[in-house]
Design a binder for this molecule. Structure first.
Ligand code: SF4
Length: 313
């Protein structure tokens, strides 16, 4: 944990906040290709962060969500969340020049599902099924589901309760799942399966980041979680922090803190914890930190009627 104390707001940054291994790897790969002057397009959003995507766009690196949107003259970088097997097969068949930036932790899920599918249940042995626990609309889950013949996606204990009993259930986690939630689902599925095979595929970066905010959130007056609103891992951090500290704010960028309403809410506090999702750039965390360090001065300026200057970014 890094600790700052200027004026009277104590600002703590949770361990592991910000870019994870998979995101750094993907961004380095793109930077190397860009340096070599390759024309690049990305399949899907590389990561869920608007400022990073805008930065790439400014370098001429856009993305497509569909095969129809492909620019065949460009190298196609596969997003960190991966793509369904069928999509990859189509791309390869069409001889698209692919560079795979799928995170190795996500790739591991694909390999697990392939291995399960390679050994189907013997005839007469009862129903076997593959359950993916995660957000069914998230690209990582859609991609992983594409590796299974008949995947079942579960994202709540209610859905787990409704699952039909089976002889054998293989249960796999979205990499960014809240580990407590995964345990909750496993406990329900255990009652439904003759045999339950658990693959805890929550990535180590996610586990460490969640643990860090679990420890920090109850020790500070309020928490700021920074990251894309469509970022699954950031949302999970927000949920964990909120569970431990009801004064938790979820922001996409430091600009959202530049409001008299926010300042008023936190003016009675003297310590804050910051964490950030795996796709939040370090510069954004730094801006949030700098702003919160100075928040007392800004509050005084507001009180003295000098709000305009305070809110220049
Ligand atoms: S959060 Fe984990 S799985 Fe996702 S890109 Fe980062 S390291 Fe990979």
């Amino acid at each position: 944990m890094v600790y700052y104390w200027l004026i009277s707001m104590k600002v703590y940054i949770a361990d592991e906040a910000g870019f994870c291994f998979g995101v750094k790897k993907a961004l380095n790969l793109i930077a190397r290709l860009h340096e070599k002057k390759y024309n690049i397009q990305i399949y899907g959003q590389l990561i869920h962060n608007q400022s990073v995507l805008k930065n790439l766009q400014e370098k001429g690196i856009g993305y497509t969500d569909t095969l129809a949107g492909l620019d065949r003259g460009k190298k196609l970088v596969i997003r960190t969340h991966g793509i369904p097997r069928q999509t990859e097969e189509k791309l390869r068949k069409e001889k698209i020049d692919i560079v795979d930036a799928t995170c190795p932790f996500v790739k591991k899920i694909h390999r697990i599902i392939e291995k399960i599918e390679a050994h189907p249940a013997p005839t007469g042995s009862g129903r076997h099924c593959i359950v993916i626990v995660g957000d069914r609309d998230h690209p990582e889950v859609t991609a992983a589901a594409g590796y299974a013949r008949q995947p079942v996606v579960i994202n709540s204990s209610k859905e787990a309760e409704k699952l039909e009993a089976a002889e054998k259930i293989h249960v796999i986690a979205q990499t960014t799942l809240n580990s407590d939630f995964f345990e909750e689902i496993i406990a329900i599925l255990r009652k439904k399966a003759g045999k339950l095979e658990v693959y805890n595929t929550i990535c180590s970066a996610t586990k460490a980041r969640q643990e860090a905010i679990r420890r920090l959130a109850p020790q500070v007056d309020f928490v700021v979680v920074v990251g894309g609103k469509n970022s699954s891992n950031t949302r999970k951090l927000f949920e964990i922090a909120l569970e431990k500290n009801k004064n938790t704010f979820f922001i996409e960028s430091s600009r959202e803190l530049y409001s008299p309403g926010f300042i008023e809410k936190v003016s009675r506090f003297s310590s804050v914890g910051i964490t950030a999702g795996a796709s939040t750039p370090p510069q954004e965390i730094e801006k949030v930190k700098e702003y919160l360090i100075k928040i007392e001065n800004i509050a005084k300026e507001i009180k003295n009627g000098r709000t305009k200057r305070s809110f220049q970014h």
